[in-house]
Design a protein around this ligand. Sequence first.
Ligand code: BG6
Length: 469
Amino acid sequence: MRFPKDFLFGAASASYQVEGAWNEDGKGVSNWDLFSKIPGKTFEATNGDVAVDHYHRYKEDVKLMAEMGLESYRFSVSWARIIPDGDGEINPKGIEFYNNLIDECLHYGIVPFVTLYHWDLPQPLEANGGWTNKRTTDAFVKYANVCFKAFGDRVKHWITFNETVIFCGHGYLLGAHPPGILSDPKKYFQATHNVFTAHARAVSDYKKMKQFGEIGITHVFNPAFSIDNNAENEKATYHANQYSTAWYYDPILLGTYPEYVVKQLAEKGWTPEWTAEELDILKVAAPQNDFIGLNYYQPQRVAKNDVQEDSTPKSREQSTGAPGNASFDGVYKTVKMADKVYTKWGWEISAEGFLEGLRMLKVAYGDVKMYITENGIGDEDPIIQDEIVDIPRIKYIEEHLKAVKKGILEGINLKGYYAWSVIDLLSWLNGYKKQYGFIYVDHTNNLARKKKLSFHWYKQMIATRGEEL
Ligand code: BG6
């Protein structure tokens, strides 16, 4: 089978990870501009001050994307470039940059798929409580409206937030992302609720504008599977799926929070301060979502946690997504299994888990339209006689695209696939060493770009619409 005509083959990036130009043309300071400079927070003290200089080299990069045959480019807008202090004046130079980037994509017929928030929050908002403060919600809605007005004539695909579970979980439970707070579940749940209402309000506003595009949110997709059929482990797995999937997907797609979690939060005193009006906003917006974006890298293999002492991650190294940690509430732990395959960074490679998870989503949420908004492998790519021979990347993407194809054949409503990432970029916690791109960036040679083997492979795959997969 060839992938359907309306299925988009793309690749993705995020502002802080590629743009650089952190203090140019009127851009405000973001939380990551500061956080990445706190000793010990990032791998070898890397930061996005320059990143891969996409801000200045976007033309060269988009040209390469066009050469690859990319049908769509998912990128994020830096809020602090558009509204430097987060909630005040608009910076015309910021608008100009994204206008240029969008126009450059359209020039080559590349569909811009725009994420409004991929973790870089204007610092004044962070300093005022970040996502735990409802004023950030108001400011986001304002910012979203500015973007819809400025770019909505040409951008017809919008993602409000990228991976709420990561920036809230790492921000308020693990201390590994800004604002660097450790083990504060009350703030964590409050932040997630504020993000969901911000999303819902932005969706409703977008629909009122009648720009006739699509809008949705992107979530981490890490379905949990029990390591065996022991009843205790299966119970722990149910818990994991409720907290890491249902808590995130239900309020968006069903407009309500999962009862199982709501009840436990009340018992523990972790219920967010939510108003009847906010809960209603979620209900009203749910059917207005056009799609859900899924970022899939690996599943979770789950067992009951029976270690009594606190074994939640505390360091950067423990917060980088490899299994082997207890959940924040101590109920379950993720397990590295002897019969599974892992990347160099300890992430499981499982296209089977991907497909199985997609089936679970279909059962839970029906025929909702889905885009795979990220999927890929972080690796240290081998260079052989000057060529970047990233065969594990080709294999990884091939296997996962096969799973997507099977899913489509089974009737799962999948409409696009975005590899992470289009170009090698800054990994928030792993620096530049962990590569994901089709395009290599030579940090020893003025950030020169070079096509990897996977670039040619993806090009061929798109040209044949995945017929050979
Ligand atoms: C996703 C993020 O969580 O995973 C990306 O949306 C990120 O921004 C990607 O780069 C890979 O994570 P890491 O830690 O390997 O860079």
